[in-house]
Design a protein around this ligand. Structure first.
Ligand SMILES: [Zn+2]
Ligand SMILES: [Zn+2]
Length: 392
């Protein structure tokens, strides 16, 4: 039923786990699902178990030898010939080290995003959320930035093949969505949009305004690189103006959005200074665009976010509240100081090394403003103007 939203989740996604001190930790999923349960915003009936992506589906995006390497390096003790080649495939660095069971876990994540896209495109639901997904840095023959298989690219290729739909991909992670961009760089039917901290200072070092697509796909790629220390108002201004213009211009059949929440000021891996405000307001814009242009068809996935206790569970829960039209969402507008469920805080506080937040949104009265705010805002407006200059 249109209006209905599904949460796509498989316990096998919890096995996508490099090691315990790695920032991309599956406890992020558990903390979020638990917060939603405590808030009485998610019931077992909302959850759909995805299937594993097939080899055929992975091959639409990834090279056969890369898939062989991922499989071989998933063994408990991989053979030496593959160990020698691990580096070539990006699987032997600090960011994305190979681990036992990697192929199966990553295939379930790719399958989760395919399942989400299928559920929405077939009309089973209007919106689907797959928080295990969003591995936007994985390349055709190389793992990168914590990403092994590019679940988003695999799902977009699936949608193109089975439904021939025009897809708008919206990436709000603080890192440029490079893997998805390169997968569809010359495809005019897939528009990739990414708003992120400029690649001048942050991994993966791409995502400049001049990257606009190539050949037939020229114009179906938009990048909004923002200055370090960008705050809420400038982020929202750049996002809202660009995404409204782009969606109206491109007229997609489906929106797939990536919700890395690492542009938050507390995130240890970036230099942005946004608060929970953008993670409350941005999904509402995507939601309304999906209903205006796509008959509601909207798939959302997770992504980065490395303040796993204070930022990720709240940001991702706010996204689900938006997708389900939950009554807490409008209430938050009237009562910005609304409390998180005490049961969630008491359950997890003992495991966290930091004080858990007590409210859904951040209380900005204690935040110091960024001294260069005017200069940063002006530079972001310049990038926005260049990115939008070809739109009518
Ligand atoms: Zn809706
Ligand atoms: Zn990120």
């Amino acid at each position: 039923m249109p209006g209905k939203a599904l949460m796509i989740h498989h316990n096998k996604a919890m096995n996508y786990h490099f090691h315990d001190s790695h920032p991309f930790h599956p406890i992020r999923l558990e903390l979020t699902l638990d917060l939603l349960t405590a808030a009485e915003a998610m019931k077992p009936a909302h959850i759909m178990n995805p299937r594993q992506a097939t080899e055929q589906e992975l091959l639409q995006i990834h090279q056969p030898t890369y898939i062989d390497a991922v499989k071989a390096l998933s063994a408990t003790s991989p053979n030496q010939a593959w160990l020698d080649r691990a580096e070539q495939f990006g699987l032997q660095d600090e960011d994305t080290p190979f681990f036992p069971g990697m192929h199966e876990a990553a295939s379930y994540i790719a399958g989760g995003t395919v399942t989400a896209a299928d559920a929405v495109m077939s009309g089973k639901c209007a919106h689907a959320l797959h928080l295990g997904g969003g591995l936007h840095h994985a390349l055709s023959a190389k793992a990168a930035g914590f990403c092994v298989y590019n679940d988003v690219s695999v799902a977009i290729a699936y949608v193109r093949q089975h439904y021939n739909a025009r897809v708008l991909y919206v990436d709000t992670d603080v890192h440029h969505g490079d893997g998805v961009q390169w997968s569809f760089y010359s495809d005019p039917e897939v528009c990739t949009y990414s708003i992120h901290e400029t690649g001048k200072y942050l991994f993966p070092g791409t995502g400049f305004v001049q990257e606009r697509g190539e050949h037939q796909g020229y114009g179906a790629c938009i990048n909004i690189p923002l200055q370090p220390y960008t705050e809420d108002d400038s982020w929202m201004e750049c996002f809202e103006q660009s995404i409204r213009r782009l969606t109206e211009h491109f007229k997609p059949d489906l929106i797939i959005s990536q919700h890395g929440c690492d542009a938050h000021a507390l995130d240890p891996l970036s230099h942005m200074h946004c608060s929970m405000k953008i993670y409350n307001e941005m999904p509402a814009i995507l939601h309304s665009l999906a209903h205006t242009y796509c008959s509601g068809r909207w798939v959302a996935v997770g992504g980065g976010g490395y303040d796993i206790w204070r930022v990720v569970p709240r940001a991702w829960s706010l996204l689900w509240l938006e997708m389900t039209d939950h009554p807490l969402k409008p209430l938050l507008r009237q009562q910005p100081q609304m409390k998180l469920p005490p049961a969630w805080i008491s359950k997890w506080q003992g495991q966290s090394s930091v004080d858990l937040p007590h409210e859904w949104l951040d209380d900005l009265t204690h935040w110091e403003g960024i001294p260069r705010r005017a200069e940063i805002t002006a530079k972001n407006r310049e990038s926005l103007a260049v990115a939008l200059q070809d739109f009518p």
